[in-house]
Write a protein that binds this ligand. Sequence first.
Ligand code: PEP
Ligand code: MG
Length: 593
Amino acid sequence: MDVLQGIGVSSGVAVAKALVISDDQLKIGSHTVAGTAVEAEKQKLQVAIAASSEEVRELRDQTSRHLGKETGAIFDFHLGLLNDPELIRTFINLINSQNYSAEYAVYRALRDYAKIFTDHSDAYFRDRVKDIYDIERRLLSKLTGAERLRIGELTEPVILIASDLTPSQTASLDKTMVRGIAIESGGKTSHTAIIASSLGIPAVVGVDGIVHEVRTGDIIIINGHEGKVTVDPDPLTIDEARILAERQMRHASELEQLRDQPARTKDGADITLMANIEFPHEVDQALQKGALGIGLYRTEFLYLGHEKSPTEDDHYAAYTEVVRRLAGKPVVIRTLDLGADKSTPHLDLPAESNPFLGRRSIRLCLANQDMFKVQLRAILRASVHGDVRIMFPMICNMMELRQAKMVLKDTMEDLDEEGIAYNRYIRVGMMIEVPSTALMPKPYIRDSDFVSIGSNDLIQYTLAVDRGNQHVASLFTGAHPAVIRLIRRVQRAGKAEAKNVSLCGEMGGDPDYTMLLVGLGLRTLSITPNNIPEIKQLIRQITVKQAEKVANKTLKLEHAHHILNLLHDEMRRYHPDYYRDDVSKLAHYSQEA
Ligand code: PEP
Ligand code: MG
């Protein structure tokens, strides 16, 4: 039995047989052809390009219908590449000048092309390599007549193992058969990860050497929450995982009954549970899970996966779709948090040696005010249709907050001049997610209508731990006493100014932290939709008094792992059937200790 560690990008536990997708499933036939066959090869190529384009178009439309337009638009890149005149010319030149077979010309040209992307300093371009391989595979399957991977036509449940899965392969997965995905490459921002989590399939990326460790037919346990893949588990471990998966499903269906119940503590305090989303279509799932609104809409995903920047109308269409789906419930639209790990080529961002400390997020918007205004105009236009609020990310100093508000005011004046309607009383808030604002939150809160604590970045910047780096993952914890004190500070300042303070980082969706956060005084949490029922159930089993006691106890402790142990034990007292306990938290403790 081997346990491989990767990065969990979509949670859940599953046990199934492995289906290993090897890279050499499509072999190139002849490399060259006789001079008399050159014309026929070129014709074959044209037919293959047309058929592939048709397939991709269908896939795009299908994906758009099921997962939303933004996700479907990922395939526009494939279409663009398939029909890129320069690339087609390269294929043709290779056939003409070298007598290459159509398939070898495609293979050679696309491999050279992929190399440019692989060597690129920008992670976005490196991520696009798999799109190029996807196109290569599609074209080759047309040209060689080889059977394309039929992962859409599986007859038994599997866990897919691959060095990589392309976005189109992932989007065409049959959710009822594919119980999990584990791949060698990828990061949290790859399209494969985005699509896997939209589909709700447990997924782990960045699992070193997995295609060599696993053979098709091996039994695999995937734990998408922990980022763990167990290969050839012993019968006891399989039983445990099956029990865990079953409990998880039973528990999820029990929790469904809570959907219309309030997240109210036993002593009557209401906690507002909102949802975090990246795409408009996720609103429905959020509402289904009982969200009272959207507390964080990460709008930068409008830029990722597209070939060019969205227009004002693209923004507007996305925001009005969210507002329409919410039917009166509020949405906090966060302005673009681009840069660092969320990069996109059309912005042409320069390479930086410390991109998380570089020109990202609000800094990028303030440096590109035309781009910023396009988004602000769209948000303001959408504000007449429902309860829309604006939130600025990554504010580090008062100047940034003032400048951001000034650009907003300018945009309002532009709209006034053009006679375009908007809500001039729109609520404007900011994220508190860097220590400089969390340490002295008062002036920021005074100048905002509300604030939201971004615990993901707050932990990253307070503890100097890259949130996306698996080598320092065990140091990344919200249980660090310094982080807890910063949260308390912000909450207290909000209370003194009578302004709403919410928390929208991952801590809010982890039951271990619920008593602490409620005990510190937080009354609004914005979390991943799937976590809402769990957190609600726990809230309904505690009192504010108990939570305050827990918070006070943690404030006396100095070590993160002591705090985490305490929080976990307290949570288990009130929530004894919490399913994740058996595996994930215990593993986490051993790393912490
Ligand atoms: C955060 O930093 O906690 C947050 C919610 O924002 P993001 O995860 O998008 O950086
Ligand atoms: Mg953040």
